[in-house]
Each structure stands twice: as C-alpha cells, then as structure tokens.
Design a protein around this ligand. Sequence first.
Ligand code: NDP
Ligand code: OXD
Length: 349
Amino acid sequence: MRRATRWPRAPSCFGSRTRPDRSRPARKTASDVDRGRLGNNCGMRIAVCLTEQKAEPWLEGLRAALPGAEVSAWVPGAAPADHAVVWAPPQAFIDEQPALQTLFNIGAGVDALIKLRLPPSLTVVRLDDAGMAVQMAEYVCHALIRHFREFDGYEADTAQGRWSFRKPRARSEFPVGILGMGVLGRRVAQAVAGFEFPVHGWSRTPQQVPGVRGYAGDAQLPQFLAATRVLVCLLPLTPATTDILRHETLSQLQPGGYVINVARGAHLVDADLLALLDSGHLAGATLDVFRTEPLPADHPFWQHPKITVTPHTSARTLRDESIAQIAGKIRALQRGEPIAGVVDPARGY
Ligand code: NDP
Ligand code: OXD
C-alpha cells in the first residue's frame, strides 16, 4: 500500500485551533495528535481527493494559500487529515479519515457527497458562488435569448444563404420561472430581469428577491408553473427534487414552454421531456446536465432538433477563486468564526 507523501513542515504555523461548531462532540484531530507528539501547533493536514481532476494544481494553490499546512493528495493509507478538499471522493476516503473535521466540496452541488456514509460530526461545505454565479447567468441568458429571439432559426437560415426576418415576439409572453432561488438562482434571476422578462422564483422557504415574484413550497408549485413559459432548473439534487421535471410538472408550463436544466440530470425524466416536445406542448430545451455523463452516444437528446446539449459546462469551478474561498473559510474556522456554505445533511443541500 502506498503511503501519502509527507510534506516538509513550513516554518510558520497556525495559531490555536477552534472547532467550527461547538455544539459538536470534540474529536481528536490529526493536528491534536501532532501537537501532542511534537509539542507545538504545526501540522494542520489537508487531504485532496478529486475524481476526474488533476490534483497537482490544487495542491500547489492550497499550499501557497495556507503556508504551514501540510497539503497532500490522498492515497489509501494516508495519514489522517484535519480538512479535505474533494470532488466525488470514494467511500474508502471517508472511511479511512475518521479525524476529518471539514469536507470542502469543489462544486456547489453536494449530491455526490451526501450519498456517501458520512460521520455525523463531519461538516460538509459547498462552494458558495466562487465565480460560478455569473457564468450561470451568462449561460441561462444565452439559452433564453437564443430561444426568444429565434437565433437558432436565423443560424439555420443564414447557413443556407437565406436573408429572412422573423416577427418580433413580446417578452411579456415569455415569463421565466427559476426553480431554486439560492446562490445561483438569485444571480440568474437578476440577470434575466435585467433583460425585462417577467421573472418568477420557486424555493423551499419564501425568498424576497427584487424584481422576482416568489413562490415557496410544494403548495405553490402549480401556481409557479402556470405562470412560467421558460423554466430554469437550479435546484440541488435531493430526494425531494429528483424527477421534478416530469410529465406532471412540465405539462403545467404555458404552451410553447422551454426547459433549461443546469442543475442535475436526475431532475429530469428524459422520456417525459421527449414526449412533451414531440406533442408540441414544449418548444425546446437546453440541457447542460444528464443522468449519465458524458451523455451516451446513442442518447436521443444528441440528435433531437429541439434540444441543445452542452457538456456540463454552464458554470465551471474556477480553481483560483475556489482555493481562495476554501483557504478563507479554513482561516475563519481557525479563528472560531462561522462560515457560509455549510450543508445541512437533513435538507441535503
Ligand atoms: P443553493 O443551495 O444556494 O440554492 C438551492 C435553492 O433550491 C434554494 O433556493 C432552496 O430553497 C431551493 N430548494 C432546495 N430544495 C427545494 C425543494 N425541495 N423545494 C423547493 N426549493 C428547493 O444552491 P446553488 O444555487 O449554489 O446551486 C444549485 C445547484 O446548481 C447545485 O446544487 C448544483 O446541482 C447545480 N450546479 C450546476 C452546475 C453546472 O455546471 N451545471 C454548476 C454549479 C451548480 P431555500 O432558499 O428555501 O433553501
Ligand atoms: C457543481 C457543478 O455542482 O459543477 O458545482 O456541477
């Protein structure tokens, strides 16, 4: 079994450690073990465990942002770490790291983490914007405006050398409904409202967003859907939101409805979308996320004339911004301050 690389200790150290959540039972941490052994405060350990991503640039960035911390890529049998920076880690990582206090996810969605068996004392922290919200606003506005202004039709015409005009459409007839008014949904709502589309927002608890008509909870979902023609999904994937884009809900959209799914593939029932596109109730869809990624070569979405596919790229994790945010949160925890983006395991996001 390979051992984790042990990095030389840097001369500077973090001061006294304060647990992020005093309501939690105190656990012996890797640094506590080190302090006992070495009689000093050096040695905060950070493990990096990233699926489908190169670890090296993250290691370098975290080392530069947190001098004094030992930052290493996790391998089975590695020394216990205090914090971890992860994307879709295997269960073995969690099981082998009982001293972990905090799991920093390098994405906003924590569905891949929440499905693991996590010790109740472990704090999961998601990325809180970190440059993703503006990207999401760009993506959604692009998809919305491409559909509303019929730029796809113009592209098809001009490709054939045809100089043609379409009748201008009223934006009041294209109300946009955003499922999920969190960090990303609110930024998207603001951008869409800037183009003077009517905007509706649906959340679990009531949210006040200027320029947005708010709806909350399952009881107000039918009202929200009936008010919506272009539906944007920006919900976290939880048991309550899985399959939320299904025949029953999508058929409640206004005729000529359009679906933009930028959250998770499992929000959408693929066959129900295809049936509603083929029946003509829905006019089209732009999809960035899929039940299986990469989207299998034989999936009907690829060739469907009313569907635009992008490869899970609507809001990319920006490494520098993410490292700065995670390092800032680790420092805040060191000072005993609260941090944003802590996941509530009961809610699942
Ligand atoms: P947040 O946690 O900030 O916001 C989630 C929103 O969804 C909140 O408004 C919340 O309501 C609402 N919500 C959650 N559950 C329900 C429910 N059962 N009923 C009604 N509303 C609900 O998440 P973000 O905005 O940061 O991110 C949203 C999702 O976007 C991520 O979970 C991820 O899956 C996806 N994503 C996709 C990316 C891509 O590249 N395609 C990139 C980044 C994220 P309330 O306000 O009441 O809590
Ligand atoms: C995320 C994502 O959740 O990129 O951040 O999908």
